[in-house]
Design a protein around this ligand. Structure first.
Ligand code: FE2
Length: 438
């Protein structure tokens, strides 16, 4: 692992940020700061489990996608054996990028510079002029593509650069209870519907990660039109109701919006709701049946949102799931990936409708997406200004909230849904990584 050149002054500043979160304060500049970004690459993204792909994106042998962990481009491929491998997309000979497309199917990759050939699982199998140039000098077994450790949960493929990272199961912890609301909508699980929408935006990844960790506060304001036009089944007056659930010490958090009287599982076809009642645990069914909107972030940069959205304003909403990855490409700059997830067992008609609802709300040109980005880009710009260096934000909402004793789900669960509890947990975990505690 490369050295970690953080100056003593920067270390002290990070410790001070860590102390501030416990008091409900977080500085503005972290949302657009070159030094913070450089340390994040070294200490957060080189240590955490980072989302790479959904298994259903690469269902057949040879299927691959290229994805990133921080600035490292990876080939994520299903090998001949059926296993999934992630390898650094960098030829071991002189470093050329092996695979230039974002998705496809190939059993092997051949470098376009000097012609070294690798299996899609990373083994070096072909070296031009091997006999004349390298015989007895290199062993092909030592010069495969650099491998990245991968593990999966309910179809999600994660990778980590850190050989000492704990198992994914431990990393996700009790957040799996809530992830199942997106990933186990039926006994066969979920699949992506089409390739991800994919674009670059002048937003810091942390602004998006925080928003999707359960920012119900912004919804009636930033997405006001959604209420006014009837796209959205809540109303301003009941919107704050529900729960904020976070997993202490892990950073993951979810907001669960609840509208009194809202029918359980509304927006799902009845047969799918029945299957969820059978396949999820009784506690998960109890949580799900009270949830209108579920919006959550897996630390650091993977998020999900599920809610009903009316394709025709005023008509009954269709429940959709978006899964989103905020790939950090610079301070205040993010490459966004957004997928539509659908239950594998659902009818083609429901999948199409859910995709339409997703596209209208949260794809690249989605109306909710546009509302958010308009605000996030301006937050990012102001966070990078000189005066913002000394400005802190309040994260004090629900500081003294105690756990809701009746809520059946795990973690620190407080009510109402509009609450800073999840964000304190998120930034506390971020600070653990940034100060080298992890
Ligand atoms: Fe939003």
């Amino acid at each position: 692992m490369a050295t970690d050149p953080v100056s003593p002054g920067a270390e002290a500043a990070l410790e001070s940020i860590r102390d501030g979160i416990a008091k409900g304060r977080f500085p503005a500049h972290v949302f657009n700061d070159r030094q913070i970004f450089d340390i994040e690459r070294q200490r957060v993204f080189s240590k955490a489990w980072c989302f790479l792909a959904h298994e259903s994106e690469i269902p057949d042998r040879g299927d691959y996608v290229t994805r990133y962990i921080a600035d490292n481009n990876l080939i994520v491929a299903r090998a001949e054996s059926g296993d999934i491998h992630a390898s650094l997309n960098m030829c071991r000979h002189r470093g050329n990028m092996m695979c230039k497309s974002e998705m496809g199917n190939a059993s092997h990759f051949r470098c376009s510079y000097h012609g070294w050939v690798y299996k899609n699982s990373g083994e070096l199998v072909g070296v031009p002029y091997m006999k004349e140039g390298y015989e007895g000098r290199i062993d092909k077994r030592d010069w495969g593509l650099v491998k990245v450790r991968t593990q999966t949960y309910a179809g999600l493929v994660f990778g980590t650069i850190d050989p000492d990272a704990p198992p994914l199961e431990e990393y996700l912890g009790d957040f799996r209870f809530y992830l199942d609301l997106y990933l186990k909508q039926g006994s066969s699980g979920s699949e992506v519907h089409g390739p991800p929408d994919h674009w670059v935006t002048d937003t810091d990844w942390k602004i998006a990660a925080e928003n999707f960790a359960g920012d119900g506060y912004h919804t009636p304001v930033a997405h006001q039109f959604g209420f006014n036009l009837g796209y959205f089944a809540s109303s301003g007056s009941t919107h704050s109701q529900g729960w904020a659930a976070s997993i202490p010490g892990k950073g993951h958090g979810i907001g669960l919006g609840h509208t009194p009287g809202f029918p359980p599982f509304a927006g799902f076809p009845e047969e799918l709701a029945d299957e969820m009642r059978r396949s999820l645990s009784p506690e998960q069914v109890e949580v799900f049946s009270q949830t209108r909107t579920a919006v959550g972030t897996v630390f650091p940069n993977l998020s999900f949102l599920m809610q009903p959205f009316s394709i025709v304003p005023g008509e009954a909403g269709v429940r959709f799931v978006t899964m989103r990855l905020y790939h950090p490409i610079g301070p205040g700059r993010t490459e966004m990936y957004s997928w539509c997830l659908v239950p594998k067992d659902a009818s083609e008609q429901y999948k199409r409708e859910a995709y339409r609802a997703y596209t209208l709300a949260f794809a690249q040109a989605g109306t909710f997406e546009q509302d958010d980005l308009e605000n996030w880009a301006r937050v990012t710009r102001s966070a990078g200004s000189t005066m913002a260096r000394d400005i802190e934000f309040p994260y004090v909402m629900g500081m003294d909230s105690v756990r809701d004793p009746d809520f059946p789900g795990p973690g620190h669960v407080v009510t109402p849904y509009v609450n800073d509890s999840n964000f304190r947990n998120l930034w506390s975990r971020w600070s653990d990584y940034m100060t080298g505690q992890v």
